[in-house]
Design a protein around this ligand. Structure first.
Ligand code: ADP
Ligand code: AMP
Length: 214
C-alpha cells in the first residue's frame, strides 16, 4: 500500500500519516523529519537544507528527490509506505512516478487533507514538536500530559522556527504555487481522495480509513 499525503503545511498530514503507519503496518516517511534529523546531526545534507527551511522555502529538488528515492528502496518499504511532505513539486512527483514505473509499481492513494488558509496559522502557532523522536503536539488540540515535555521520550518540546507566523505565510505561498498543482496531477491519475481536515483528528482518520479500507 503506497500512500501520499497532500495538503498545506499544518493541515495534519503528519498526524494522520503516523496513525496510518501504525494501523496498516507501513513506515511513515517524512522528508521534513529526515531534514530535521540531518540538521540536528550536523550532516552536509542538513547544512544544505537548513537555510531553505528557515525561510519557509523548499529544499531544491536535486537534494530532495535522491534522498527520498534512496529511502523508499530500503527493505522496510517492500510492503509500501506513507509519504508525508513528498512530493511537493511537479518534478518530485514525476521522478517518483518514473522510479515506481521502472519497478512496475504506482502510488495507490493520494490523500489531500483539506484545510483553508485561515485555520493554518493558528494550527501552526500551537504546534509543538519533539526534535528528538518526531512526536507532534498542539497546545490546544493535542496537548502533552506535562506542558513542554514529550510524552514519548521525555525531551523538551519546541515551537519550530519555521512555524512562526511570518514564516508560515511564506510556506503557504510556496504551497499554493508549487505544491497545490499536485492535486490535479494525482486526480488525473485517478488516485486522489480529499478529506475535510477541519474535523477532529479522530474524524479525519475515520474518513481516511473509509478510503483505504479495513
Ligand atoms: P502537517 O504534517 O500537515 O504539517 P501536523 O500533523 O503536524 O501537520 O499538524 C499541525 C498541527 O495541528 C499540530 O500541532 C497538530 O497537533 C494539529 N492538528 C493536526 N490535525 C488536527 C485536527 N484535525 N484538528 C486540530 N488540530 C490538528
Ligand atoms: P514539513 O516537516 O513537511 O513541514 O517540512 C518542513 C520543511 O522541510 C519545508 O518547509 C521545506 O523547507 C522542507 N521540505 C520537506 N519536504 C520537502 C520536499 N519534499 N521538498 C522540498 N522541501 C521539503
Amino acid at each position: 500500500m503506497k500512500i501520499i499525503m497532500l495538503g498545506a503545511p499544518g493541515a495534519g498530514k503528519g498526524t494522520q500519516a503516523k496513525k496510518i503507519a501504525e494501523k496498516y503496518g507501513v513506515p511513515h516517511i517524512s522528508t521534513g523529519d529526515i531534514f530535521r534529523a540531518n540538521i540536528k546531526a550536523g550532516t552536509e545534507l542538513g547544512m544544505k537544507a537548513k537555510g531553505y527551511m528557515d525561510q519557509g522555502l523548499l529544499v531544491p529538488d536535486e537534494v530532495t528527490i535522491g534522498m527520498l528515492l534512496d529511502r523508499i528502496h530500503q527493505d522496510d518499504c517492500e510492503k509500501g509506505y506513507v509519504l508525508d511532505g513528498f512530493p511537493r513539486t511537479i518534478p518530485q512527483a514525476e521522478s517518483l512516478t518514473k522510479a515506481l514505473a521502472e519497478m512496475g509499481e504506482a502510488i495507490d492513494f493520494a490523500i489531500d487533507v483539506d484545510v483553508p488558509d485561515e485555520n493554518i496559522i493558528s494550527r501552526m502557532s500551537g504546534r509543538r514538536a519533539c526534535l528528538k523522536c518526531g512526536a507532534t503536539y498542539h497546545t490546544q488540540f493535542a496537548p502533552p500530559a506535562k506542558e513542554g515535555v514529550c510524552d514519548v521520550c521525555g525531551s523538551e518540546l519546541v515551537l519550530r522556527d519555521d512555524d512562526k507566523p511570518e514564516t508560515v505565510k511564506n510556506r503557504l505561498k510556496v504551497y499554493h504555487e508549487q505544491t497545490q498543482p499536485l492535486i490535479d496531477y494525482y486526480k488525473e491519475k485517478g488516485v486522489l481522495h480529499t478529506v475535510d481536515g477541519t474535523q477532529t483528528m479522530e474524524a479525519v482518520f475515520q474518513s481516511i480509513t473509509e478510503i483505504l479500507g479495513a
